[in-house]
Design a protein around this ligand. Structure first.
Ligand code: GUN
Length: 287
């Protein structure tokens, strides 16, 4: 039997409509949520992501501004820009699009963002908050996955979740969020010895490796929930995930497509985090 397809686009639309109301409520209190996006260099994919983020902001009533720097920009120029945004009361969220050009120290840049405006949740403080179960801003992609599970009434507690990928953006926070909800979590990488031995045990399998079609039907337990975080461009220009969708959908119980699965959720959760940051800023002025 073919898997139930988790429609990320549809869930994203529902979530956005709910949060748009929250943004409207804030606007009535004279706080229009504001997001600043910093982009450095000419990475084509980053350019597209940033354009999509800005468009999504305007759809839910978030003010946004983009600060673009050339590939050879100096780190200090960017740090100065972040300092100014940290102090700007009209900006509630700051996002530095990754990856950065090689002359940049990722950690230095990320930790210069004010923790209360770190809507990506990448600052060490916010990572520590997540580890200790006191999440401030859940990182957008794993947050989107958790919402997809919840909206499909997929239980997490007691389930065996296997995460393939160990990035700071997806794999590690994903594992922590599943753990926090009571899953038994195994973290693998694309280099794990005998990877199928682990993936075949997964009730929930989340894949974020950036390797097209690496998860095949033989690697999946019948009925499993398969979440594909990968977005890869094939030589023919088509997009595909890290999961071999056509064969895995015949084995899995639930599956996310690419495109139209996790991608729309990531941007949506960024909007939610920005509105949340603005609500917190508004609450601070009320005190
Ligand atoms: N690059 C790829 N994914 C992300 C993300 O979620 N946030 C940022 N800032 N950069 C990214």
């Amino acid at each position: 039997m073919s898997a139930h397809i988790i429609n990320g686009k549809k869930i994203a639309e529902l979530v956005r409509a709910e949060w748009k109301l929250r943004a409207e409520k804030l606007a009535q209190l004279s706080t229009k949520p504001g997001l600043a996006v910093i982009i450095i260099g000419n990475n084509a994919a980053s350019g597209i992501y940033v354009k999509n983020k800005v468009k999504a902001c305007s759809e839910v009533g978030i003010y946004s501004e983009v600060h673009s720097f050339p590939e050879n920009a100096l780190q200090d120029e960017v740090l100065n820009c972040i300092q100014a945004l940290n102090k700007n009361p009209n900006i509630h969220g700051i996002l530095v699009q990754l990856p950065l050009p090689p002359q940049f120290e990722n950690n230095r840049v990320i930790t210069s963002i004010a923790v209360e405006k770190d809507v990506d949740g990448f600052h060490f403080y916010n990572v520590g908050a997540l580890v200790t179960g006191n999440v401030v801003f859940p990182p957008c992609t794993p947050y989107g996955v958790m919402v997809m599970l919840e909206r499909n009434h997929i239980p997490v507690e007691g389930q065996h979740a296997v995460v393939v990928g160990r990035s700071n953006i997806v794999g590690k926070p994903m594992a922590l969020m599943l753990l926090e909800k009571g899953a038994t979590v195994t973290i693998c990488t694309s280099k794990t010895r005998d990877l199928p031995q682990f993936t075949k045990k997964a009730d929930i399998l989340v894949v974020a490796t950036g390797k097209p079609h690496m998860i095949t039907a033989e690697m999946v337990k019948p009925g499993a929930v398969v979440i594909d975080v990968g977005i890869n461009r094939l030589p023919d220009g088509k997009l595909c995930g890290d999961v071999d969708y056509d064969t895995v959908k015949e084995v899995a119980g639930y599956i996310t497509p690419v495109p139209g699965g996790v991608g729309p959720m990531t941007i949506t959760m960024l909007l939610c985090n920005t509105i949340l940051a603005a609500e917190r800023a508004q609450a601070r002025t009320d005190r």
